[in-house]
Ligand binder design. Structure first.
Ligand SMILES: Cc1cc2nc3c(=O)[nH]c(=O)nc-3n(C[C@H](O)[C@H](O)[C@H](O)COP(=O)(O)O)c2cc1C
Length: 347
């Protein structure tokens, strides 16, 4: 991962998000300021799996000019090794192992975040993957399953396998998305790991990104939901580090983004069904409409047809008012983001 780091500023990375960060999303984001690299949504790996063709497209047809890491989730060692070898044949920057997904169905199978309950199994998997693949091997983890006190022992295992990069969503699995993040855990990783460490979780604007960097000394920032909400966030952060003028998007810019996303995803959908497409878009819109003035969020939940969808978007977004930098302070969606800012005030 060291080769992917820009030499003049912290790295900026789009977080993998299942059913969101596909090829059309990557394209639309890249037009507003590409991250330094992408990570695919996870490839589910089990004895009968083969890499999902739709996710493969974000590797094979990636025209953003930025590298992409392929992420795997699973617990079956021979299948993980087999899949890693297959993926390593493709134009990827490296293989990333998911040790963070909190979905109960995933954790029950002892995959994703569920693996954090079994450090010796992680030890075995990383040892085998390291031996099997010649390229970069990175890990995306949470800071423990039940408690962040588990983290030092996990770091010890990551370190012993000489992984090439570590991204940390600074919450435990049990904290899901409901708490502030733990920048001190990311800081501990920076102090003890020799590979680049990337901080993730709750970055919603330039100030929260800078606060997370301040408190963790991470080599970069990975941003997920904050980039759905504000696709200019990578350009804004890059402008901050470069001392140039950051983009200041308006509601009308947001309308253009939503329209582009709608059309790009529609274009890549094999069997386009208007009502189903609107339902899919509404999942993404939940992050975009959240906290905007008026009844946009409420009205969008009731859209059933493309006509409804665009009528509601135009009614609420077709004006030049600047977008708010932050979600609402009591946001249930970006829970605890403000604590990053508060911690900095205490310094
Ligand atoms: C809809 C959704 C899908 C996600 N899918 C993945 C995934 O496929 N792989 C992964 O490592 N993390 C996944 N995540 C977690 C994000 O990559 C990220 O760690 C998390 O959202 C915290 O970062 P944020 O606050 O910037 O969103 C997903 C998150 C969301 C909201």
């Amino acid at each position: 991962m060291r080769d992917q780091l820009p030499n003049h500023r912290p790295a900026l990375i789009l977080a993998p998000m299942q059913d969101v960060t596909d090829l059309p999303f990557m394209r639309v984001i890249a037009r507003r300021g590409a991250p330094d690299w992408f990570v695919t949504e996870y490839f589910r790996v089990h004895p009968d799996s083969c890499p999902h063709p739709y996710i493969l497209r974000s590797i094979l047809e990636n025209e953003t000019g930025r590298p992409v890491f392929a992420q795997m989730i699973g617990r079956d060692l021979p299948s993980l090794v087999r899949t890693a070898k297959q993926l390593a044949e493709l134009p990827i920057a490296g293989i990333d192992l998911n040790l963070g997904c909190p979905a109960p169905i995933v954790c029950r199978k002892n995959a994703g975040g569920g693996l954090l309950r079994d450090p010796q199994e992680i030890n075995r998997l990383l040892g085998a993957l390291r031996e099997a693949i010649p390229g970069l091997l990175t890990v995306k983890t949470r800071v423990g399953y039940a408690h962040e006190a588990e983290f030092p022992a996990l770091l010890e295992i990551f370190r012993s396998h000489g992984i090439d990069g570590l991204t940390i969503h600074g919450r435990t699995v049990q904290e899901r998305y409901q708490t502030p993040v733990h920048p001190d855990c990311v800081h501990l990783a920076v102090a003890t790991m020799s590979c680049p460490v990337i901080a993730n979780g709750n970055i919603v604007d330039v100030a929260t990104g800078l606060a997370y960097l301040d408190q963790s000394a991470a080599a970069g920032l990975m941003i997920g939901r904050g980039a759905i909400r504000n696709p200019w966030i990578f350009a804004q952060l890059a402008a901050h580090f470069d001392g140039t003028t950051p983009p200041a998007p308006t509601h009308r810019d947001l309308l253009e983004y939503v329209t582009e996303l709608y059309e790009e995803i529609a274009r890549e959908t094999r069997k386009f069904l208007p009502a189903a497409h609107v339902q899919r878009m509404k999942k993404t819109l939940a992050y975009i409409s959240h906290g905007l003035a008026g009844s946009f969020e409420h009205d969008m939940r009731r859209a059933n047809s493309p006509e409804d969808f665009f009528r509601i978007c135009r009614a609420h977004l077709d004006h030049p008012t600047p977008l708010p930098a932050l979600p609402p302070a009591d946001s249930k969606l970006f829970c605890g983001f403000e604590s990053l800012l508060r911690s900095n005030e205490l310094d």
